[in-house]
Ligand binder design. Structure first.
Ligand code: NAD
Length: 302
């Protein structure tokens, strides 16, 4: 049993903290939202009135916060000044690589162990304890990080040193965004050419155009039963979150000097789709933009 401080028990953190509590760990949660904290209490977590109180005798600190600025300020102002030096610090938020490296450096300056460990998988995987973690930390710290994440994980992969987890996450999601847009374009063109979309699915699924976005998550309703396209694009991976990750990829590309023209196009297209009011739909709903059939979707975030 470990004493875990869990900071940020929103959509993702709630399920993750619950998984830790189910594994007989003593979880103390803190969130700025009283409602979120109440849900954590129902899931078997103790609650604290501040970050400082939550971390004061923690063996492991896990954070699941919205963005880089939250992670930087929570660690610099509240976690690091109050947590025992022996604690293992793990940030699971999706943030920019520079913020992850900055927090890792601050922790190292105090002689502390820190890992960036963003996740793949959504709210259902968080609740089920089946997330995939990509971890950036020193090699000798990784086994301890893996052990701490295991109650929430189906896979824990060491991506490299500090910041490598975030780098892996944004590169993967940039590839996913681009491949989904390509899949949608191809399906829309097939339709215009008079091809039956289901025949195209069968052909491309067994040809060189095959990719996860088509064969595991088809945006065309009826082709992959579990895909959000069969549920009116509700749930799944929200357009607004894909846009966040594509923005992080573009920022990283600009800073590192990498050429990512397809990533830039993907960001622009998802920004357009989000701006039209579809940020609350699964990212595969962009098919209906490509088809010129936006009237098939009900606006959800306006
Ligand atoms: P969320 O907004 O539901 O949860 C974030 C929580 O952090 C909120 O409850 C908020 O009150 C809390 N918070 C903010 N500032 C705080 C502070 N200073 N102290 C304590 N609590 C604070 O977001 P989410 O969907 O749970 O996502 C969290 C992270 O996980 C994000 O970085 C997101 O990009 C990433 N992510 C989300 C998903 C998903 O499907 N939702 C999937 C993969 C990764």
């Amino acid at each position: 049993m470990s004493r875990i401080a869990f900071i940020g028990v929103g959509n993702m953190g709630a399920g993750m903290a619950a998984s830790q509590a189910r594994s007989q760990n003593a979880v103390t949660a803190f969130d700025l939202s009283a409602e979120a904290l109440g849900r954590a209490a129902e899931a078997g977590c103790a609650t604290a009135g501040s970050v400082a109180e939550a971390v004061k005798d923690a063996e492991v600190v896990i954070t699941m916060l919205p963005a880089g600025q939250h992670v930087r300020s929570v660690y610099a102002e509240q976690v690091l000044p109050n947590v025992p030096v022996s604690a293992l610090l793990i940030d699971c938020s999706t943030i920019d690589v520079d913020s992850a490296r900055a927090v890792a450096a601050q922790a190292a300056a105090r002689g502390m162990r820190f890992a960036d460990a963003p996740v793949s998988g959504g709210i259902m995987a968080a609740e089920g304890g089946t997330l995939a973690f990509m971890v950036g930390c020193d090699a000798d710290v990784f086994p301890q990080v893996k052990a701490a994440l295991e109650p929430m994980a189906k896979a824990v992969i060491h991506a490299g040193a500090a910041g490598a987890g975030q780098a892996a996450k944004i590169c993967n999601n940039m590839l996913l965004g681009i491949s989904m847009l390509g899949t949608c374009e191809a399906l829309a063109l097939a339709e215009k050419l008079g091809l039956d979309p289901d025949r195209f699915f069968e052909v491309a699924g067994q040809s060189s155009g095959q990719c996860w976005s088509l064969t595991a998550y088809s945006p065309w309703p009826g082709q992959v039963p579990a895909a959000p396209s069969n549920r009116d694009y509700q749930g799944g991976f929200l357009t607004s979150l894909m846009l966040k990750d594509l923005k992080l990829a573009q920022e990283a590309a600009a800073k590192s000097g990498a050429a990512t023209p397809m990533g830039a196009q993907a960001e622009a297209l998802y920004a357009l789709f989000d701006g039209l009011g579809y940020g609350g739909r699964d990212f595969s709903a962009v098919l209906q933009l490509m088809r010129g059939k936006l009237d098939a979707l009900v606006l959800t975030n306006q």
